[in-house]
Design a protein around this ligand. Sequence first.
Ligand code: AMP
Length: 213
Amino acid sequence: MRIVLLGAPGSGKGTQARKLMSERNIPQISTGDMLREAVAAGSRLGQQAGEIIDAGNLVSDEIMIGIISERLARPDATNGFILDGFPRTEQQAEDLEELLDQRATPLDAAILMDVDSDILMKRLTGRRTCSLTGKLLNVYLSTQAELDECTSAGGELIQREDDNEETIENRLEVYRQQTEPLVEFYRQRGCLKTVDADGSVDAVFERLLEALT
Ligand code: AMP
């Protein structure tokens, strides 16, 4: 199964992609995670991308398609993949389409994670990652027990650099301007499915599985 997860920052793409990865045994390919790893490693790509990410802007299409075409060529992606955070521009969507056409492996679906913009802010400003397990948590939305599980094991609740209010505003604006048009792009290709992404992680996951049947 080859799918693209579309949706604004904070719509839950990463959380749902990880669940789907364990359920379907296909890799979650998060371009945001890949870029953050490059920044942490201090590679050339990381040096180019760091400031752009911190400002909430987009890394160039040329760099991104290069990263994705290399990643999709790896053996674990032959049986399918979940793209999380890519494509983000029409150019990226067109390049992806061309790449997949060349391999005769078209997308099965583009899933729009649909959520109201006032909910996004809370999800983004409250978002934390457990430094021990990598689990995604939220200081407003996770239960105290979930948060304690991390901290009492000696973990820290880490906040992403770009999850501050000013950068979030810009990321949401960039989404509206550059990524939202992809909803129409995939609708026209007949592969768009919309999932109501408001609610608990498990409830949204149920809806996602239903959309994929
Ligand atoms: P994310 O974790 O998906 O929210 O991505 C974090 C940041 O990485 C974004 O705000 C962008 O700066 C950059 N990024 C991730 N994916 C892409 C992409 N497909 N195109 C351009 N920039 C990206």
